[in-house]
Design a binder for this molecule. Structure first.
Ligand code: BES
Ligand code: ZN
Length: 455
């Protein structure tokens, strides 16, 4: 059964790519209100596509924000049900001028598909859709039962999923969740992610004078919110690269010596890492390896900072307001809401008394460690082996996928994080790309996985 599907999938490569190009051409940026209709368009495109390949009950469910796309095939009596999760929303594209080709006019160059969403996460999700299609077009059935859940809010922290899950428990009933929204170690070394960091995303606004002031008439005698914000930001880290917020590390779970040893054994090349990131030397918390800093330690980064005059030329002004966006990546057992409170308390403590500071949390995601011992993991390992020719290693990832904890807490589902991306896919950055050989091997891996799950 899987043999015919594999042959079909290989023959269809050109068509699969064309269809993926169509999907990534839709600018479904979830965080920007002006792209609301593109979000709807992407959801509708998926519903139509899932119907066309033979899935049932394909539907876009409206939520408080962006629709959730669902479709199913439940004809394998007595066989396990896999909930395949993906997201059709993407991150903003700016700065646009740094893209070699337009983010929504996909281009193939040297085996890579360049477009926003190509890897994160339309391409990876589409691999499973094409695997399902390969079975349905050949055997007219799947070896197991499948439910697709493709959301449009992952890049903004999946805020609507909590309510959607609690009101659709029966619809989403399954035995395990399968998520492809991460990367493997290299094209020849697959890996399964078992740890994801969580997130607390904050915006803070510092106010000085109640209106902008001439910097000559007032400078030196009034508090400047930009200077104050810079002082606050400078105090968020200690000299040794650790985060200075009081209590920040209190709940950090320490990896066991076995896990530490396993992380140390992972192939990691510092030189290549620096080259990929475009930096002369790494930076980070003293006393921890880069692999640990990225996967097992919490961090804080300013994502944006603004205020005052930023146009060409010079304007002599003391602005009334200054702002910054800050993300904190968290690890088990930190609580994203508690971290938001600690951040606020710390900033209130260190902020110059001459300005007022407003702190507002924008979104949260729980950190996650998945159970590597579930029986389905064996099938995932074997599936990778058959398509990539190597046994996958287990990695902890620095990024966040909020749904993983929601699936576990609300639906009792363990997740298998079966990525098909590569670490240099440039997610969230200009020139995002998807390595096409991984797309095709992803389809194969999914075909093998389904067949291996059959009892
Ligand atoms: N695909 C990423 C998560 C990811 C990033 C996995 C890097 C593996 C490596 C996902 O789409 C993402 O970007 N998530 C957001 C979630 C956040 C907004 C809560 C993230 O990590 O910034
Ligand atoms: Zn992303």
């Amino acid at each position: 059964m899987s043999k015919d599907a594999l042959i079909f999938a290989e023959r269809e490569r050109e068509k699969q790519l064309q269809q993926l190009v169509e999907l990534v051409s839709i600018p479904s940026i979830s965080t920007l209100p002006e792209h609301k209709s593109d979000i709807e368009k992407a959801a509708q495109w998926l519903v139509t596509h899932l119907q066309t390949i033979g899935l049932q009950n394909a539907k876009a469910y409206p939520t408080e924000k962006h629709p959730v796309v669902y479709a199913e095939w439940l004809g394998a009596l007595g066989q396990p049900t896999v909930l395949i999760y993906g997201h059709y929303d993407v991150q903003p594209v700016d700065p646009l001028e740094l893209w070699k080709s337009h983010p929504f006019k996909p281009e193939v160059r040297e085996n890579y598909l360049y477009a926003r969403g190509s890897s994160d996460d339309k391409g990876q999700t589409f691999a499973h859709i094409k695997a399902v299609e390969a079975y349905l077009k050949t055997a007219k059935r799947l070896p197991i039962n499948v439910k697709f859940l493709i959301e449009g809010e992952e890049e903004i922290g999946s805020p609507s999923l909590t309510n959607f899950f609690s009101s659709h428990k029966e619809l989403l009933k399954a035995d395990v969740a399968l998520i492809s929204d991460s990367h493997i170690l290299s094209p020849t070394q697959p890996s399964i992610v078992y740890g994801l960091r969580g997130m607390t995303y904050i915006e803070m606004e510092v106010t000085g004078p109640d209106h902008d002031l001439h910097s000559g008439s007032y400078g030196g005698a009034v508090p400047n919110p930009l200077n104050a914000l810079a002082a606050i930001v400078a105090k968020l880290h200690n000299e040794d690269g650790s985060v200075a917020i009081t209590g920040f590390y209190d709940r950090v779970r320490k990896p066991s010596p076995e896990e530490q040893a396993e992380l140390a054994r992972l192939p990691f090349n510092e030189k290549e890492f620096c080259k990929e990131a475009g930096i002369p030397a790494p930076w980070g918390e003293k006393g921890f390896s880069i692999v640990e800093r990225l996967g097992a330690r919490p961090t804080l980064d300013v994502n944006g900072i603004w205020g005052g005059f930023i146009g060409a030329g010079a304007k002599t002004v003391i602005p009334s307001k200054a702002s910054a966006k800050v993300s904190m990546r968290l690890v088990p057992d930190q609580d994203p809401h508690e971290i938001a409170k600690l951040f606020q308390q710390y900033v209130e403590k260190i902020a110059p008394k001459t300005v007022s500071v407003k702190v507002r949390a924008i979104h949260f995601a729980e950190p996650a460690i998945v159970d590597r011992k579930i029986p389905y993991m064996k099938a995932a390992t074997q599936a990778y082996k058959e398509s990539f020719g190597a046994e996958p290693l287990f990695t902890r990832e620095g990024g966040s996928i909020p749904v993983v904890t929601l699936l576990k807490k609300q639906l009792g589902l363990d997740s298998i994080l079966m990525g098909f991306g590569l670490s240099d896919d440039r997610l969230h950055s200009p020139n995002e790309r998807f390595y096409l050989p991984n797309f095709y091997k992803g389809i194969q891996t999914s075909i093998h996985f389904m067949s291996l799950l059959k009892k």
